[in-house]
Design a protein around this ligand. Structure first.
Ligand code: 3HC
Length: 296
């Protein structure tokens, strides 16, 4: 099956990145948000990323314009009806996702593939909530989507013939490198990454090191591009908290259990870069370690 038109459900951090990459690689792309305000914020995020790319000499000004011209924002599911693939990137919550799928189902053409960008929920559980489990698959991108090369493609025991191949080819056409995984919560990357970043919070809680020293440790000691607490701020404390809870529910292993500080940060709205405060405070450049945490 040829993918000619792409739909994206959700224009948050991940959805905006996915929509941008699809439009940038030549696909007419429709991105849906639940209301105008969130849609405008998401489209602005895309434009700012492209503008940043132009400023860095990575994106040609004409490509920025061409990308934006291929991108349509909507709050109406009907606008997704003729897409060949729709990638779901709504909040990491099964009820929210199944609600989105049921609204999509009423308008999407039968031949279309539905892919979920979930990083931790069961693909099978979502697939069986739709009328097309054989045309349902996992397609997990990484943050920041326009810069990270990897996608995880997760078929289920119900995925029909040809669907995985189509999606692997589609991922390559987006300029990504796909890897294949089983439908197991966390797939490959989060299964390894989540215990590591949760351990960084535990180390902070136990006073093993400061925020900056924990981050420097992994950057300079292991060659990671950013330390685990900076990475948590990038991905979102709330998002990682949801992922950890889902993984803990599935495996019942303490290494996936979110540490108590994490819950308190989510309650306080210290969700990382997107809220201006997480392990670091982003109100100044360079960001400072969050004073509140430093005083503990
Ligand atoms: N448009 C185009 N290109 C851009 C750009 C933009 N707006 N902004 C930056 N770039 C380019 C830069 O020019 C640079 O290109 P170069 O390598 O050719 O010089 C490259 O992107 C890197 O940018 P920077 O030099 O500005 O920044 P860094 O070198 O600090 O890299 C990073 C930023 C790529 C985010 C790097 O720090 C990194 O890889 N961090 C780890 C991110 C990570 O682990 N993500 C996965 C999170 S887990 C996840 O998402 C799963 C989920 O389920 C939880």
């Amino acid at each position: 099956m040829e993918i000619k038109k792409v739909g994206v459900l959700g224009c948050g951090l991940m959805g905006a990145g996915i929509a941008q990459v699809a439009a940038q690689t030549g696909y007419p792309t429709v991105v849906l948000e639940v209301n105008r305000e969130l849609l405008e914020a998401g489209l602005k995020r895309i434009d700012q990323f492209l503008a940043g790319g132009v400023a860095k000499g990575k994106v040609r000004p004409e490509d920025r314009q061409a990308t934006l011209s291929r991108l349509t924002g909507t709050t109406d599911y009907k606008a997704l009806g003729d897409c060949d693939i729709v990638i779901e990137a709504v909040v990491e919550n099964l009820a929210a996702k199944t609600e989105a799928f049921s609204r999509l189902e009423s308008t999407l053409k039968p031949a279309a593939i539905v892919a979920s960008n979930t990083s931790s929920l069961s693909i099978t559980e979502m697939a069986v909530s739709t009328k097309r489990p054989e045309r349902f698959i996992g397609l997990h991108f990484f943050n920041p989507v326009p810069l990270m090369k990897l996608v995880e493609v997760s078929r289920t025991i119900q995925t029909g013939p040809g669907v995985e191949e189509t999606v692997l080819g589609f991922a390559k056409s987006l300029g990504k490198v796909p890897i294949r995984t089983m439908d197991r919560t966390g797939f490959i990357v989060n299964r390894l990454l989540v215990p590591y970043i949760l351990d960084a919070i535990r180390a902070l809680e136990e006073g093993v090191g400061s925020i900056t020293d924990i981050d420097q440790g992994m950057k300079l000691g292991c060659g990671h591009p950013m330390g685990p607490l900076t990475l948590l701020d990038l991905v979102g404390i709330d998002t990682t908290y949801y992922i950890a809870n889902i993984m803990f529910d599935e495996f019942r292993e303490p290494r996936f259990a979110p540490p108590p500080l994490m819950k308190r940060m989510v309650l306080a709205g210290f969700n990382g870069r997107k809220t201006g405060k997480g392990f670091y405070d982003y109100s100044s450049e360079p960001p400072r370690p969050n004073d509140f945490l430093a005083q503990r």
